[in-house]
Design a protein around this ligand. Sequence first.
Ligand code: FA5
Length: 339
Amino acid sequence: MALAQYLAELETLVADAARAFSAADGALTLEAARIEFLGAKSGRIKDAQKGLGAVDKADKPAAGKHFNDAKQAIEAAFTSAQERIAAQGITEPGLAPIDLTLPGRPLRLGRLHPLTQTIEELKEILGRLGFTVADGPEIEDEWHNFEALNIPASHPARDPLENFYLATAERGAGGPLLLRSQTSTVQIRVMEAAKPPVRIISLGRVYRPDTADDTHYPMFHQIEGLLVDRHVTMADLKSTLRLFAAAYFGGDVHIRFRPSFFPFTEPSVEVDMSWHDRWIEMGGAGMVDPHVLQAVGYDPEEYTGFAFGLGVERVCARRHQVTDIREFYKNDVRFLRQF
Ligand code: FA5
């Protein structure tokens, strides 16, 4: 190749590179130009270097010198484009320069679900009244969910249509398995494992095939309380629930017992609470039935006890003036962010 032709090619190369680097308006376009001209494998400078081999032998020293000059010019064009882009704070083509004096975007922190917050608060309040937390399984057998709670096989509460029985041949030590329909199961588990006195609460999920509406959901939470000791009376039950209600809702709260029936308590009551002049059913309670004490090996002549079971969604909804408990399960962050 004649020297003149090689020099002409170098000239075009330098001009193309100068144009590409000065047109670069962000990190991406600059990088694309760098690869095109200065790329180590197939950049155009690399090609020009290979082209030196084809120049007539006598012209090689001159061609080599021009090649070095061209390479330096292109590298200089790259460096100055790089500095220009950095100085303007441009990171992407088409974006305005970054204003480093703007305040940062705050990180959006997650938070505990309102029901989790309520559960923690209830544990704390009843903890102050001397109750410790006990846990039980969500998959239960018939003994703990019904039998030991004085709910015989003929009782309508055991109807398969009223419960989530598991479609499995597997059985627990206490018969067929189901998702527990109440936390009262934990009363039995605790009394089977410990001698009186007993003073526990248990909080957790329970399951019932209820149609969802503003006060019902097929999966919900209960807080169960159980106190067994000598000389325990209904008065102790009422004062405990009153102290609990006053601590959770603050002043202006009233509680009321309505006669009711639960197979595992005698007498039994529904517990209503009123706060800001509206009564709402929170749960059931009563004195532990002597048959239940007997079933777990406690002497009902010596010991008496009270138990209560409240709906956590109801308690939480009342406190925060949520009118529909389904809101707790929609996962709408606009709702959840308020707690
Ligand atoms: C019981 O479950 C008894 N185990 C309570 C109990 C415990 C009585 C200890 C005596 C001694 P009940 O089925 O009424 O009772 O439910 C208690 C509370 O759970 C209700 O008052 C209500 O607040 C809540 N609850 C019941 N069903 C639902 C549901 N589908 N969705 C949301 N909350 C519910």
